[in-house]
Design a protein around this ligand. Structure first.
Ligand SMILES: [Zn+2]
Length: 297
């Protein structure tokens, strides 16, 4: 009888302790607190990236307009003398509702739009590095992941970026993205991981002389979990001019292309509003989920 009671007490104690041993002090694992735990585990203190000088910054994304949300930060980095590398996976050759558009024409238009948008921010193919991988828009998931990962791994090993800007892949579970956004997010972080270990794609080391390289700073854009914002107020007027170049994407131009020149009337209104707002002390920010430190994410 005594043994049974003791066993029963021990069992109760064990059951009481069990949730703690599984879940720790913070309660059940949910995507959000699991994400926080992971972030806390790997995160190093976040310095002010806009103070960086003489570093290499690589922006990677699927389409010619996805860079828009990072261009203010990239412009500040460029102005400080950092080297900027821009890489687009696809040609963007599907993103039009204009029935008279062709894929070939759209690919040319979108390349020019991105170049013009970047130029407004001081980033040009002549002074920086622009890489166009040229895959068809919307089809990135159907390209062999091995092929894409190997290509981007090689580029990371060649350029040694101090920071990589990427579509946000999520932390512990997949967020919704449209097809190329999903693929771009995963391939980029997988390629960065591969780049750090010489046994991934070993011929890049043995035959091409590329050393393993670890990316230590990621700024994930298109994120729903921002933890880092950059004040881009000082370049907010340039950012508005820059965005106006995506004539085939935003506004009426997506239905009926009327470019390449931006609509000056609409642009002037936006510039005037921005000037009024910033004069009142309003700030313009770009938001990222920033991950610094190890590759353990
Ligand atoms: Zn996109």
């Amino acid at each position: 009888m005594k043994t049974k009671t003791t066993t029963s007490i021990l069992l109760s104690l064990l059951l009481t302790m069990l949730p703690l041993s599984i879940f720790g002090q913070t309660g059940p694992i949910t995507p959000s607190n699991q994400a926080n735990q992971n972030t806390q585990r790997t995160q190093k203190p976040m310095d002010d990236i806009t103070k960086w000088t003489n570093k290499t910054i690589m922006w990677i994304g699927p389409h010619q307009d996805d860079e828009g949300g990072s261009l203010g930060t990239l412009a500040l980095l460029k102005a400080n003398g950092n080297k900027i590398i821009m890489l687009w996976y696809t040609t963007g050759n599907k993103g039009s509702r204009d029935s008279s558009m062709t894929s070939e024409k759209l690919a040319q238009i979108r390349k020019a739009e991105s170049e013009n948008a970047c130029k407004e921010m001081g980033i040009t193919p002549a002074n920086d590095t622009f890489i166009w991988l040229g895959y068809p828009d919307g089809m990135l998931e159907y390209v062999p992941a091995l092929e894409l990962t190997e290509k981007v791994c090689r580029i990371i090993r060649q350029y040694h970026p101090d920071a990589v800007f990427s579509m946000d892949p999520g932390t512990t579970y997949t967020r919704w993205h449209k097809t190329d956004h999903r693929a771009s997010a995963f391939i980029t972080v997988d390629a960065a991981r591969a780049a750090a270990y010489f046994l991934y794609f070993p011929s890049q080391y043995t035959h091409e002389g590329l050393q393993p390289y670890t990316v230590r700073d990621f700024l994930f854009y298109s994120t729903v979990e921002p933890n880092y914002k950059v004040d881009v107020t000082s370049v907010s007027d340039k950012k508005i001019r820059s965005r106006a170049w995506y004539v085939s994407q935003f506004g009426e131009g997506n239905m009926k292309y009327v470019g390449p020149e931006p609509d000056q009337t609409s642009l002037n209104i936006k510039l005037k509003t921005n000037a009024e707002n910033t004069a009142k002390g309003e700030k313009v920010y770009e938001n990222f989920r920033r991950l610094t430190g190890s590759m353990s994410f």
